[in-house]
Ligand binder design. Sequence first.
Ligand SMILES: Nc1ncnc2c1ncn2[C@@H]1O[C@H](COP(=O)(O)OP(=O)(O)OP(=O)(O)O)[C@@H](O)[C@H]1O
Length: 888
Amino acid sequence: MEPDPAAATPPPAPSPAPAASPPPPPQLQDDAVECMADLSSPDRCTAAAGGDLDPAPPLPPAPLQPTADAVECAGPSSRDRCAAAAGGDLDSVPALPPAPLQPSVEDAAPSGDAEQEAVPGVGEAPRSFIEGLGDQGADALILSPKLKEIATPERPAALRLLGEKYNILMERYKQQVAKCAEECAPRYDGLEKMYKQQVAKCADQCTPKYDGLKKKYMDECAERRRLYNELIELRGNIRVFCRCRPLSSDEVTRGCLSIVEIDPSKETELQFAPNERERKSFKFDYVFGPQKDQEVVFSETVPVVRSVMDGFNVCIFAYGQTGAGKTFTMEGVPDNRGVNYRALEELFRMSEERSESIAYSFSVSILEVYNEKIRDLLDESDEQSKRLDIKQSADGTQEIPGLVDAPVYNIDGVWEKLKFGARNRSVGSTNANELSSRSHSLVRVTVTSLHLLTGQRSKSHMWLVDLAGSERVAKTGVEGDRLKESQFINKSLSALGDVISALASKNSHIPFRNSKLTHLLQSSLGGDCKTLMFVQISPSSTEAAETLCSLNFASRVRAVEYGPARKQVDPIDNLKLKQMTEKLRHEEKENAQLKQSLQLMQLKYASRENVFKTLNEKVRDAEQACKNYLQRIRELEIELGNEKKAARDSARSSRPPLVPMRQRQPQGRSNNYAPPSGPSRSRFSKPPTVSNKENIPVTVNRACPGADTKVVGKARRVSISMTPVIRQIPIQPKKRFSIATLPSVSEHLPAFNGQRAASRPSLVNLPKQPLAGFGLIPGTPLATPDGAKFRRIEFGSSSKFTSPPMPSLWNKMATPQQQLGMAPAGGPGNAARMCFSIHKRVGLSPVRAKPCVPSGVGIFNPSQHEKVVGRPGKALRVPNTKRRQSVI
Ligand SMILES: Nc1ncnc2c1ncn2[C@@H]1O[C@H](COP(=O)(O)OP(=O)(O)OP(=O)(O)O)[C@@H](O)[C@H]1O
């Protein structure tokens, strides 16, 4: 390239070579303003003032700046440099290459590397800088419109001049900046300090407020959640979580779009939006978007899992179309385990935590319902054909006799069992899922607990169910065995739907037994359990119809209310409780009966007491009457004695003198004539015996009270002619008396005789009614040990007629008062007197009964006496006719 001569010398005035002459200052000034605008940018100011615009230091007076073009050429932007400078770090401002020595025009002409090297004064730095621009370097240099205006030959000189100017300006600028920094630094430091203080103060004031508000918010959220859970528990709802899996790579390849919208700020809502017209909102207890991992899912599940440790039955099941992620949620993958493993891990953790107060033990069963048959997945024997069936246990839960229930002691043991079960599970490949579950898989964890302080036991189950996916046969393209499996799967899922519908509409009949699956889950769905359902959905637009079906079904499930869950107690405790309840009920019944009989007894007692009172009164009356009666008897005795004496005296005075002995007839010639009357005197003191037939005693009556027993005389030897021996017996003047006729007696015994006593007063005719009612009282003694009183009674009759004394009976038998546990009224002698009065009546009976006794019969034969007179205590009524004979 030819060097431009014009550039070497200052351009002549007419020539349009402004480049040859130094660029006019005003032009430079404009550019400088441009640069100032750059320097006064808010970034710079903010940096300088530490974020506070107000106290930003005033800008230094605008230095002469290089033109924008020049800056452009210079490399690093003014912004960077200014910012660095304003930050006080002047050293970091990239220095422009030192001003090149004014080259000659020839030298300045750029003509390749060789040419550049030939240009003296162009230092290494500018050269390398320009080289650094690469292919753009030349363009960068010519981009500036100002340079374009300068003629090419003059350009190097102009550039040199520009460089010089730039360097001068830069130097000045640096000085200005240094000066500014020097001036502003203390102010800046003060401001910075002030700012920091303000920030600290503000933080001091606001942090506690903020922390308080944050805590309050968190508490509110927790409380809301707790209340909600409580409400759910009270209503007995099945909790429903919705989980949406991400689009699979295959779906992305096929260009499927997501039709599910989940707002991260709304945890319980999702939008089903295949298009704007069909947009529908669904609410669940929690919605997990595709980005939510297994840990987040389990953190929301854990409260339900923990319930099993408190004795509640728990059921967690995953529902959804095939390939929607049910197995992923429940089982997970080895490096990202699902709910099953995490739940058991949590149980062991809690068991460890509570080990001081509660002893837990765990066992696991794994089974599957395949083609409506139950298969034990933990059965290590080859008996896969072993028929398992569901039986209802005594406590109403569903049991599967013969199912392996393997005890587990740690999480590793559980993992082994889960892996073993998963291996045995029936899976197959379909169009929808390469590893599609062809059966419903159920893991049953049995938790048995014993409270070490209270001794309370509980046994609860946790069911973890991974249902087979509902599928459209046509879409999945299955046939043969797969088709059969699909039909069974769909049938059981449809039965599950029926159960949910019946529960939701509170039907009286819930068709649990329509499928093995619903039968197994009866107690989990029927309300005796805390139930959580994961509805798994696919976001793919190609699965829109199935997704909508699943979402509608889950909404129906969420509406089911079946009342709060109950805590489970151990069956043994249950049995004990039942027995105790039964015993209690029985005892209560007995108690009621006893109360009733006690009331009856009390009534009886009260009535008896009344009777007893009345009797006491009667006894008192009778006693009084007896006293009077005895008094009267005594008087009569005296009277009788007197009369007897008088009679004896009179008889003695009227007796004829005895015939001399010789005038008496010899004995052998006795005839029927009676011997002359002699002194009448009883020659026999003893009554003859019955066996002495020839000498039957003629016993005169001793009926009358006070009369002595008299044997008038022994029959003499009778002649063969049986002529009666007529003997004149000196008859005592007839002194028939009867105390009964005494008016005073009848007066004193109104209660005994009543009217009869008045009409026919006689001692013989003693009252027919039981004396003061004693005959009614069982055990009344008939004789009294009170000898004195007893003898006195005998006075009126012969001592031989008295009733045989019964001291033993007397002693043994209690008085009515004693029987009733009461002291006899009127003192202890009262009972004796009462019995005495009875005896008196009975003692008198033989007197009345005497005529009935066949003559010659020993009156004191007790049995005979009893036969004739009756048993002691029974008054014998003597007929009047006989009674008359008794009196001589
Ligand atoms: N949340 C998720 N994140 C990542 N991948 C997932 C998720 N959910 C499911 N998948 C993947 O989707 C595929 C199908 O999942 P999965 O086998 O769990 O479906 P499924 O509902 O059990 O199907 P089926 O009813 O046929 O057994 C799997 O490859 C699984 O890894």
